[in-house]
Structures are given as C-alpha cells and as structure tokens.
Design a binder for this molecule. Structure first.
Ligand code: F0G
Length: 374
C-alpha cells in the first residue's frame, strides 16, 4: 500500500508560513497547487526569445485565484467566531466568499454592481447560498459601503483590505518558486483592486528572505524569513485595462469602463502596497485595450488550450507586447498570472464569433464538414 497523498489546501501546505496555529479551524476546499503551464506555441509564433509560463489559477475550486485569499480570510474569521462575512465584488470574490462561507457554516453578503457581473459568477454566488445585494453603483461604490457597514453590523470584511487575504494569495508566488526551483525574472499580472500584485510581492519577498513594504501584517518584520527558497525576486509588472487604469493616470478613475468586468475598478484599495511592489522590484504598470486583451484571450484558448476570462488575459497580453519591444529582456524567465477560468464569462468569449455549424445527422454531412476544415 502506498502512503496516502491527499493534498489538503494551501493553509495546510504552507502552515509554517501563515498566521495559523494548531487550534485554528482551517476552512479549505483544497485550493492552490495550481498548474504552471509552459507556453509553447505563442512564443514560437511571435518569435519571443523567453521561457514563458502561465500560473493558471482558474483551476481553483471556484475557478479563480480568490480561493487562495478566501481560504485564509474565512479560516481567520472562523477562528474569531464570526457568523457572517461581507464583500464588494466584480464577481469572483463573491463566488469564493459564497463557497467558503457555505463550507464554514456562515452567511455571505455580497455587494455586486448591477448588470456588470457575468452570469457564471452570479450563478456561483446564488448556488452557494449567498445573500446577493445588487447595488445601483459600481465596484468602488460597493467597496465604500462594505467598509462603512463593517463598523455598524456583525460582519467580517473579506475583500483584500483584509490582510489575511493577501497572506493566502502570496502562496501562488511560493508555488511558482518551488516549481521553477528559483524566482522568475519577471512576473506579469492583471491589476484591478491591486491586492493580488501586492500578495505576489509578499510571497516572492518571503521566498527570497526579504522584507517588503507591501505587507501590512508584519510592518517590515516578516516572521517567515528564516526559511528562504531562493535568493532573488522578480521584476513585477502590473497591467490594467485602458478604461480602468488608475495606476497609469496616477489617480482614481471616476467611471471605469472595460469589457474585462473583473477589473472594472477605478479606486484600488491596495494602491500603496501595489506601488511599493512595483517600485521595490524596479517594475512598471502599463495598460492594454479591450480589443488587445480579447485578442489575447482568444490566442490563449485557440493556440495553447488555456481558456481564461478577459481580465486574466491582460497579463499575457501586456507581457507579449513588452517582450516584443525588448522592455522584458530576451532570455528571461517570465511568469504570468492567469487569474480566472473562461467559463466564468462565456458570453464575452463567444460574442461575435461564428461558433457553431448546424448540419444534417448524416455521414456525408459530417464528412464534408471535416473535409472543409482539414
Ligand atoms: N483577474 C480577475 C479574474 C479578477 O476577478 C480580479 C479581481 C483581478 C484579476 C484583479 O485582482 O483586484 O487583486 O488586483 N476581482 C475582484 C472581485 C475585484 O471582486 O472578484 P486584484
């Protein structure tokens, strides 16, 4: 009989690097341990002289990276004895909050912008039994309200202003360093509310035994530096959708607009932490248009077999452009976070595409259809 090998999620996996102890009631759906997929076809097609990978976090239990942060945030809420959690969301955080609350026997209240979250994400929140509050406003309005209500009602905020969210999400960087045996040279990532870029930088810094200003939990005195995995940190590159790019404008954007609804955010909560990540790593922010990001979403799906949602394609989209221009140096190892699964938003994925041919149920029809395409 072989030894049982049941992966039990990131809190157990990284127990010695997370703020938990033996009495903490771990709430997990076996999140994390997601694939780091080497891109073969796109670098060849575009003549890119780099080793390029995607960290496909769309393979988490609710199909986005939010499960990493939610596992930790709900675990800590449970430790405190909380009965309810609350978040504002463009969809993925609400899906994860709903699922982890169900697991923990808590109530999840989720504030979503009316008409601006895809059906897949809404279905998740409803299916897991969250109380869905659709607001006549955008994500930034929801965020403001959530912070206000947390002072007046017995609910724990599980947006990334909750530092445990970032602790959970830092594990993606640890997984990447372990998979490569070293840190990548560049890490490219979509930026919306700016929690994830901050969390990766915490993870990469910890992996290299270094403190960072991006961590709000330890205030420059990280307790997990004794056990480094590598000696270097990547350059962090954050990409935004052009209609929702406050880091490029250097101020909040009043009415953010993008088809990448997950990152339709004008006033990122982790502004300072994300800025610190980019500055400490000698990185940069940039923006991509909706047309560019949808094209990359399609390329990833049709050329690499990776189906992600529009916001997730932003990292690969920006990376390809910066590799082509030489801003990302030839010969580098480049990792890109692909944050959510394409099944979250099928309407955008197939919009404007001639996707189905209807034929008679006859051998000849099938045969002639095949011959037309090969
Ligand atoms: N990609 C996806 C698929 C997202 O859902 C989000 C954020 C991001 C990227 C940006 O990450 O906010 O840490 O910079 N979604 C949040 C939500 C806001 O409510 O689901 P970030």
């Amino acid at each position: 009989m072989s030894k049982p090998h049941h992966y039990q999620g990131l809190v157990e996996r990284y127990r010695n690097r997370l703020p938990v102890d033996d009495s903490t009631p771990v709430i997990s759906l076996c999140e994390g341990d997601t694939p780091l997929i080497r891109l073969n076809n796109l670098p060849k097609e575009f003549g890119l002289d780099v080793e390029m990978y995607v960290k496909f976090d769309g393979t988490n239990p609710t199909s986005s990276f939010k499960d990493r942060g939610m596992a930790m945030a709900v675990t800590k809420a449970a430790e405190k004895g909380a009965k309810a959690i609350v978040c504002a969301s463009t969809g993925n955080t609400s899906a994860a909050a709903a699922a982890y609350a169900a697991r923990a026997g808590m109530t999840a209240f989720v504030l979503i912008p009316e008409g601006k979250i895809p059906m897949g994400k809404l279905a998740q929140a409803i299916a897991h039994g969250a109380v869905v509050l659709q607001i006549r406003g955008n994500f930034d309005d929801g965020m403001r309200l959530v912070k206000e209500v947390a002072d007046e009602a017995p609910v724990e905020i599980v947006n990334s202003v909750n530092p445990y969210r970032l602790q959970g999400q830092k594990t993606a960087a640890l997984e990447i360093v372990e998979a490569l045996g070293k840190a990548p040279d560049y890490h490219c990532i979509p930026v919306g509310n700016a929690g994830n870029i901050s969390a990766y930088w915490i993870g990469y810094s910890e992996a290299a035994g270094r403190n960072t200003q991006s961590c709000t939990l330890c205030n420059g005195n990280c307790p997990y530096l004794d056990n480094p995995l590598t000696d270097s940190r990547p350059v962090m590159v954050g990409y935004q959708a052009a209609g929702a790019a406050p880091f490029m404008r250097n101020k909040p954007v009043e009415n953010p607009e993008t088809l990448a609804t997950a990152i339709r955010i004008g006033n990122p909560q982790s502004w300072e932490l994300a800025k610190a990540a980019v500055e400490e790593s000698d990185g940069w922010f940039d923006e991509v248009t909706d047309e560019e990001l949808l094209h990359t979403q399609s390329l990833l799906a049709t050329k690499e077999g990776v189906f992600c949602e529009p916001a997730s394609a932003v990292s690969v989209c920006g990376a390809i452009r910066d590799i082509k221009s030489g801003k990302i140096k030839a010969g580098s190892v480049v990792t890109c976070t692909v944050t959510g699964h394409g099944l979250k938003d099928t309407a955008t994925a197939i919009a404007g595409k001639e996707h189905v041919e209807t034929i008679d149920a006859e051998l000849d029809s099938v045969k002639s259809a095949i011959l037309q395409h090969v």
